[in-house]
Design a protein around this ligand. Sequence first.
Ligand SMILES: C[S@@+](CC[C@H](N)C(=O)[O-])C[C@H]1O[C@@H](n2cnc3c(N)ncnc32)[C@H](O)[C@@H]1O
Length: 224
Amino acid sequence: MKSINQSSVQDYYEKVLRDKSDNNENLFASVSSVFAQLLSVINNDHPASLSAIDLGYGYGNYCLAMADKGFHVRAVDYVCTKYFHGRLQSLPESYDITIEQKDLNELSISKHYDLVVCKDVLHFLNQVTVEKLLTQIADSACTGACHFLTIFTDIKRCDSFGNALFLEKEANYSQAVLCDLIQRVYVDWQLDIYSELYKESNRANPEHYYFRANRITVIAKKLP
Ligand SMILES: C[S@@+](CC[C@H](N)C(=O)[O-])C[C@H]1O[C@@H](n2cnc3c(N)ncnc32)[C@H](O)[C@@H]1O
């Protein structure tokens, strides 16, 4: 089996964001309807006090949507901050977003965030790091906190010849193992979990799916 190293993942996202190049995973897409709905029902009577973190923000659309809603947003990704800074500077309005370049493998969280977003990122990390990060964000959350996570499980990658590929040190969760982890971490939280089939193909060769997985969406709310 052929392997891909982690540094090539970072190089890939640096390049896509630098060139704003067409990509098959829709990195530049608007926020999902599920997330838009989640934001729409958040009470922002006291917007100045709301805080959010986006772990692996990518192009930054989730950060912008949260900032629009009145959140102070901490945006963390290991790509260079200049792409998102440049984007923010080009926008007519100013946004309360702090951008940080950091590898999530080295991040520790001990602060409460009203809203945590981590979309399509955790599968890149190893299982120990995923469990550590989720435990930290859950343990530091206060009542009313909401966590929106989407995580790929049961991933099958292949090259253009159909040969299996795997990414070094990735979590490689099965749906059952991930759901078990979520249940253990979010004890006494209100949990909404659902799964959908996800596949990506190349626009040049739409019949060839080089990435197939289950995409698990978790919406966790900390109850009083
Ligand atoms: C599939 S993109 C998702 C981007 C964004 N969350 C979204 O859904 O639009 C994955 C993002 O995770 C970031 N990422 C992957 N591994 C990371 C790591 N170890 N530390 C920090 N960021 C990472 C990548 O740079 C990329 O921006």
